[in-house]
Design a protein. Structure first.
Length: 198
């Protein structure tokens, strides 16, 4: 089989990334081959190329949301303050090389990991307040009740704030059902166990 040209590979990638029905690699290659009159490569060959070039779905709402989140990460700092990226160095998902898209994904993961770590610390602070209240309950019930009320108020405020942050940062986006057909058994198993990644 003859090697595919850059344009033929791009035709396959474009169909796979943007077709609303989210075709498999084989189906995307078949459509591109039929349209542009070339012999389609095998699934493993496409799979290798897709991993190397970091192909990602863009025609699905999940793909659009993921790209939008990475773009938003470039426009805000960790505290949510708006930033103005330098036009010479700004790279947004979908307009840059595979390496830059991968770096953008890693930056997004790191920002969300920092937020998750902070959320855990905030809940530990509330747990400390609760423990302090319980320790005081025999010696000073009024002070214990005041501290417990403070812990309750802090917990409610923290829950509201963290829910808002998780929504704003897209940390609770559910899996796009249409993308399940392209997932490996290991990825599907991870979803079953609540370890969703996108």
């Amino acid at each position: 089989m003859a090697r595919l040209t850059r344009e033929q590979w791009q035709a396959i990638r474009t169909i796979w990334e943007y077709a609303p029905d989210q075709p498999s690699y084989k189906a995307a290659a078949g459509r591109a081959a039929e349209k542009h009159q070339f012999a389609p490569p095998g699934k493993s060959t496409i799979d290798d190329r897709a991993k190397k070039e970091v192909w990602e779905r863009r025609g699905s709402m999940n793909g659009i949301n993921a790209a939008a989140q990475r773009t938003a990460d470039k426009l805000t700092d960790f505290n949510g303050n708006r930033t103005i990226p330098d036009a010479k160095t700004a790279h947004f998902p979908g307009t840059s090389s595979p390496g830059l898209v991968l770096a953008s994904r890693e930056e997004s993961e790191n920002k969300r990991a920092e937020a998750t770590a902070r959320h855990r610390t905030e809940w530990m602070q509330i747990a400390v307040l609760r423990q302090e209240a319980l320790a005081l309950r025999h010696s000073n019930l009024d002070q214990a009740m005041a501290k417990m009320k403070l812990a309750k108020t802090a917990a409610q405020t923290t829950a509201i704030q963290q829910t808002g942050e998780r929504r704003a940062w897209g940390m609770d986006i559910l899996v796009d059902v249409g993308s399940l057909k392209d997932m490996s058994d290991a990825q599907l198993e991870a979803i079953i166990h609540g370890k969703v990644s996108y």
